[in-house]
Design a protein around this ligand. Structure first.
Ligand code: BG6
Length: 476
């Protein structure tokens, strides 16, 4: 399926994701002329609104969330927007929606509603003839809370849409720098031969945030860091780092390789995990309350998790993957560190050798840095003095004139175009859940409770110890 959709149906059109990400992304795509002139966008949600009111809502969102220089086409963009009120749980409304969606054979549907509404929505769409051959559907996370509930959602979608028309979102795959990881690995000769246990000591993946609960109290407390961040974004990053070279950059070739990694994840024991929950402290220069204070009650939900994972295959035998993520941490940073091994023999007696390190900064800085050993200039009588120096590529400097994109721009465009490469396949999601469920079972069995950590810190000290036991320090 490669034809561009003529209509985009946006469920949850008045929600937070739509306001902050989806409408701004669509307007940016429109302004750059990346979507067909006749693409119509039909928003739907529970509240009563006219087309005009929806356009006003969209205008406010764009003014707030899209930089002025990317809003050039805003006035014309408004003409693409339409609205239809719908209670997704009552079958009657779908006829009206179908009318509003128009006769367009090629339909892209985006569900950004609570997952509990996915099933009735899909039934309603199918009954109204909106799940035909030209229709594709995109689902936002959370896709379930464990393997069983995820299978239920996947089965419900599969009853109306074949896998080739299901687009599961992991917005990290829409980030330029995450895609750049593929370019780095597979468009350069020098890394691939070294990308294995013979030369790599360990890998670190950090996704640190400074925000706390924001406005998602109930969702987050029922989820926790493991399910909110590791199950999806972090495992996708791990899969991209660890996968074998796919034969092409196409949906099945890439996803076939990722799923092999996810299935090779070794079940981990409780002592290879650390969980934490933030207490009050200072974050981003402000005094902030603790998680329980924000929540208004006590809770055992983890807002931090650190794990030592292993990929059990030939390439990664004996190479730990240290993962950590948390809210209210010291700074906002997403990065991957590939720590190479020491040279097998030093010919520089007395030199303090440091092994090469590749740092891939994903956000907020987009940069790639590779540390090399170099000779310190000067004449030494005692032998050469060496020092580790970084070879830095700051992406914004290397690619001047390009702007920072919202991850959803890429994903919405691919949905409209029908390209699944950057979407998650069912077998991937299920392999992710299987691994995560086993961790949660271990925690429950062993009575693991989150350790407190101060807001603005790097998480509980046990997370530092997790790596240091192996002689590894987290990159900070
Ligand atoms: C979401 C999580 O999937 O990703 C949030 O539900 C988290 O809790 C967010 O804050 C982080 O995304 P980004 O793009 O800001 O790193």
């Amino acid at each position: 399926m490669t034809s561009q959709a003529q209509t985009l149906l946006l469920f949850g059109a008045t929600g937070d994701l739509s306001r902050r990400m989806l409408l701004p992304s669509l307007c940016a795509l429109h302004t750059e002329g990346l979507v067909a002139e006749d693409l119509r966008i039909v928003g739907t949600a529970r509240s009563e609104m006219t087309d005009g009111e929806f356009r006003n809502f969209a205008r406010d969102a764009l003014e707030k969330f899209l930089p002025a220089e990317r809003r050039g086409g805003m006035a014309d963009f408004m003409a693409r927007l339409h609205y239809q009120q719908l209670d997704v749980t009552t079958p009657e409304g779908y006829k009206e929606l179908a009318k509003k969606a128009g006769p367009g054979e090629d339909l892209a549907i985006f569900l950004s509603t609570a997952p509990g509404l996915f099933k009735p929505t899909i039934e309603g769409l199918a009954a109204a003839g909106l799940a035909g051959e030209g229709a594709r559907i995109s689902l936002e996370k959370p896709l379930g809370t464990d393997l069983a509930s995820s299978c239920e959602i996947n089965d419900a979608v599969a009853s109306a849409f074949p896998e080739s028309r299901i687009f599961r979102i992991d917005h990290y795959l829409g980030k330029e720098t995450v895609q750049n990881l593929l370019a780095l690995r597979f468009a350069n000769l020098m890394f691939e031969p070294l990308w294995r246990s013979q030369y790599i000591d360990h890998v670190q993946i950090t996704v640190a945030e400074t925000v706390g609960l924001e406005s998602r109290v109930e969702y987050y407390d029922g989820s926790g860091a493991l399910r909110d961040m590791v199950q999806n974004h972090m495992l996708q990053l791990l899969a991209l780092v660890a996968m074998e070279p796919p034969s092409s950059f196409t949906a099945n070739a890439v996803r076939d390789e990722k799923v092999k990694v996810l299935r090779a994840l070794r079940p981990i024991s409780a002592d290879e995990t650390v969980t934490g929950q933030y207490r009050g402290g200072a974050s981003n220069g402000q005094i902030v309350p603790g998680y329980d204070e924000e929540l208004g009650r006590d809770s055992d939900t983890e807002t931090f998790v650190a794990l030592k994972a292993h990929v059990d295959n030939w390439r990664w035998r004996g190479v730990p993957f240290y993962l950590r993520t948390g809210k209210r941490l010291h700074e906002r940073v997403t990065e991957i560190v590939v720590q190479f091994k020491q040279v097998p023999h030093s010919i520089f007696p007395g030199a303090r050798m440091k092994a090469n390190k590749l740092l891939i900064g994903i956000q907020p800085e987009e940069n790639i840095s590779f540390t090399l050993m170099a000779k310190v200039p000067g004449i030494d009588q005692e032998g050469m003095t060496l020092r580790s120096v970084p070879l830095d590529i700051a992406m914004p400097d290397a690619f001047k004139g390009t702007h920072h994109r919202i991850a959803y721009e890429r994903l919405l465009l691919d949905l409209i175009d029908g390209d699944q490469t950057l979407f998650v396949r069912r077998d991937e999601v299920e392999a992710q859940w299987q691994w995560i469920d086993a961790i949660r079972e271990t925690w429950a069995k062993e009575g693991v409770l989150p350790k407190p950590y101060a807001s603005g810190s790097w998480g509980p000290s046990a997370a530092i110890a997790l790596a240091e036991r192996d002689g590894v320090s987290w990159h900070e």
